[in-house]
Design a protein around this ligand. Sequence first.
Ligand SMILES: Nc1ncnc2c1ncn2[C@@H]1O[C@H](COP(=O)(O)OP(=O)(O)OP(=O)(O)O)[C@@H](O)[C@H]1O
Length: 318
Amino acid sequence: MIHTTGLARRFHSGRQTVHAVRGVDIDVAPGEVVGLLGPNGAGKSTTLRMLTTLLAPTAGSATVAGYDIRTDPLAVRRRIGSIGQGNGSFDGLRTREELQAQGRFYGLDRHTARRRADELLQRLQLSGQADRDVAKLSGGQRRRLDVAMGLIHRPPLLFLDEPSAGLDPHSRSNLWEHVTGMRAEHGTTIVMTTHYLEEVDAAAQRVIIIDHGRIIAEGTPDQLKSKVSGDLVTVELADPGDRSAAATIAAGIPTAHEVAPGRDAVSFRVSHGDTVTPEIVRALDAAGIRLRGTQVQRPTLDDVFLSLTGRSLREDHG
Ligand SMILES: Nc1ncnc2c1ncn2[C@@H]1O[C@H](COP(=O)(O)OP(=O)(O)OP(=O)(O)O)[C@@H](O)[C@H]1O
């Protein structure tokens, strides 16, 4: 669905050259949901703007939905939906009309455009605004209309650049419900960026981590997390006096590392916490050590970024 080779973009600002994207190779298969993750200024939006034909690359090549972004940008545009940062809607129309006009623009007949517009207005909680002037919508309502505009023609490939920005939690969850529904029903391919790591984690099958205009890692969220030092397993002891004996048993587990006895618990890292937990519970039980509980904490995508770069994504995004 997407194939890029050495895709790059630089900008000249004053005397300086900014290498926003420094040659990325991206392959996305039909039906995949891929998240682009990286700190502010990493090059995510620039990459999406090239793939959606809004910006010409300065080097490299890309085909999107079967067409070359350089030679066939119009063919690309007809096959994609794009919900970008700061998409503007046109003023002067009412909300429903605007959405229907967008559907008609993409070749839907009047009846289908109307039906889908009403469905999206309802899903994105804009039914009450259907007959209001677009110019009179609040910021959040306009944002939801932008989202609806990107979805009306049910594109086989959807780009979402920070789709949740400016949406309240309720609208955000409606948006994701609709997007995942589209994928389940129509096999929509989705490429997204979001600052909400939990959204990438929950929705993306594959994550591409970008930093300083380059891809520094990619894989499923689980693959990426398993490259980090592993899951944190904590066993809580009924008797704090058992902690050194428990720590010795934990240290004996193959692959266990960073064994840390606490006041009334012992924690350690292993690559697969869920499989190791029953093993340590059995070993502690056999040694007569009683437990109050166990916990397995999976690393987050932020831990992954931290281990790759020494910086936290959250430092940028709050
Ligand atoms: N039109 C432009 N002129 C000059 N520099 C630009 C331009 N657009 C982007 N840049 C620079 O290119 C780099 C990458 O920007 P980009 O917007 O792609 O990052 P991003 O990963 O999407 O960040 P964010 O998460 O903040 O949206 C930044 O250093 C940015 O300042």
